[in-house]
Design a protein around this ligand. Structure first.
Ligand SMILES: C/C(=C\COP(=O)(O)O)CCC[C@H](C)CCC[C@H](C)CCCC(C)C
Ligand SMILES: Nc1ccn([C@@H]2O[C@H](COP(=O)(O)OP(=O)(O)O)[C@@H](O)[C@H]2O)c(=O)n1
Length: 405
């Protein structure tokens, strides 16, 4: 582990773990303790370390320090007084018997921000804050790992679609339901596979490796790219794959592959390349396209007797399920990781340390994105612009406005 300011990160981290729950990631320090006085000593140690790190950040980078359970006493505050507030947002939990001003920054943060855990939108060129050289280029072993991950996910994709081909061909499942289940799960399972590309969780925890590798996204994007080529080849009838056509088309016509399914995999490529696992925007957009739109069709066809006043082809049941499932798949079913539990895609990615979010704030933002996506999906414009284009693009725009990159 790299030495920095005389403290070994791993020892600080281990000590933190003994004193309480601490997460020391490339994006943030989060120290949650039971107020143990020794935690204050460590918090001072981290604060000195933090100032060192903070001074090495480029103007566009931000870091986060969250001290939960550590009294915001003057001695702690003074260590942060020099921090540039626009670079470093520091907060302490407001549910502690703290001094009146629980903000540690020179000027009190806006009340709405005081207890938010800011996340840095880490990006490909992110320098590991504790390493003096830039993140090293991929080592041969990393490339092999990514190539292996690509092969495994490609095989999974083929097996996944083939299983629905089999069920549809044996008429064990209706063709429409098969298409919708492939629609719902293939994109979500693709997202679930992203952490296996470079720096798996275990390695990340042990070595605090930078989890935002650049090359990994290109390897991951090969999976939808290969499926894109497959759809084009069979959509143009350059080759025939009755099973594929049966499992992902409405009427069993090859040219249908060049519409909904093709747009769908193109969006997967876009999200993997542009947002990858570094930004909530891609995760939320795919949750809306795969989970929300997919379930809207399944529920709407079955229970959608009450149509929308402005679109007789869509129903309240379909739209409400779009909102609910888009939201739940994005963030899960609770809003406070202290008391409830969160099991959506955003929390899945936060477990790996890709971003840290203020969940109470995030719940509101994801609900807003889900509402916007639901309204767009319910419009009759989807007859002109496929909702595999309109829903994810509008979700990206709404999520970008809410979360930034
Ligand atoms: C059926 C699909 C879209 C149709 O949309 P709509 O017209 O109903 O609105 C989805 C097509 C999926 C494609 C054939 C396969 C995509 C696989 C994915 C890139 C990787 C999945 C990996 C995972 C491990 C299963
Ligand atoms: N909000 C929605 C969405 C779909 N649906 C139902 O699902 C069917 C297919 O919806 P869709 O045209 O959006 O299907 P895809 O374009 O997503 O494949 C509609 O004809 C409705 O019967 C609904 O009732 N309410």
């Amino acid at each position: 582990m790299l030495q920095k300011s005389g403290f070994k990160i791993s020892s600080v981290k281990c000590l933190f773990f003994k004193l309480g729950r601490a997460v020391l990631t490339t994006e943030s320090f989060e120290l949650s303790t039971n107020g143990d006085s020794r935690a204050l000593i460590l918090a001072l140690a981290v604060s000195k370390l933090f100032l060192e790190v903070e001074s090495s950040l480029s103007p566009t980078q931000t870091m986060t320090l969250l001290l939960r359970g550590v009294p915001a006493l003057p001695s702690v505050r003074s260590n942060f007084y020099l921090v540039r507030p626009h670079v470093c947002s520091i907060s302490t939990s407001s549910d502690l018997p703290l001094s009146s001003s629980s903000s540690l920054s020179p000027k009190p943060l806006r009340p709405a921000l005081r207890d938010r855990i800011f996340y840095r939108a880490p990006y490909a060129s992110l320098r590991h804050p504790f390493s003096s050289p830039p993140t090293p280029r991929a080592a041969p072993g990393d490339v092999l790992q990514d190539a292996g991950a690509t092969a495994a996910v490609l095989a999974g994709a083929y097996a996944f679609v083939f299983s629905f081909e089999y069920l549809a061909r044996r008429k064990l499942i209706q063709q429409n339901l098969s298409r919708k289940l492939v629609h719902v799960f293939s994109g979500l399972l693709f997202m679930v596979s992203w952490p296996i590309f470079r720096y798996p969780f275990a390695l990340y925890l042990i070595s605090l490796q930078d989890s935002t590798s650049t090359e990994a996204r290109y390897f991951a994007s090969l999976v939808p790219l290969v499926n894109c080529l497959r759809l084009v080849i069979h959509g143009l009838s350059l080759a025939s794959d009755e099973g594929l056509i049966k499992s992902v088309t409405r009427e069993g016509k090859p040219e249908e592959l060049l519409r909904g399914p093709l747009y769908y995999v193109l969006v997967l490529i876009l999200c993997a390349l542009v947002f990858w696992r570094e930004s909530p925007v891609g995760v939320i957009s795919l949750a809306m396209m795969c989970g929300g739109d997919g379930v809207a069709d399944i529920i709407g066809r079955r229970f959608g007797s009450i149509k929308l006043p402005y679109n007789q082809h869509k129903s309240w049941a379909g739209s409400i399920s779009m909102f609910i499932f888009g939201f739940l798949i994005s963030i899960g079913c609770a809003s406070n990781h202290h008391r409830g539990y969160i099991n959506g895609m955003l929390y899945y990615y936060s477990i790996f340390g890709y971003f840290q979010l203020d969940w109470a704030w995030t719940v509101r933002k994801v609900a807003l994105v889900s509402l916007v996506a639901t309204v767009v999906e319910s419009l009759s414009t989807t007859d002109v612009i496929d909702d595999n284009i309109s829903v994810p693009l509008v979700s990206m725009a709404a999520a970008f406005v809410s979360f930034g990159y």
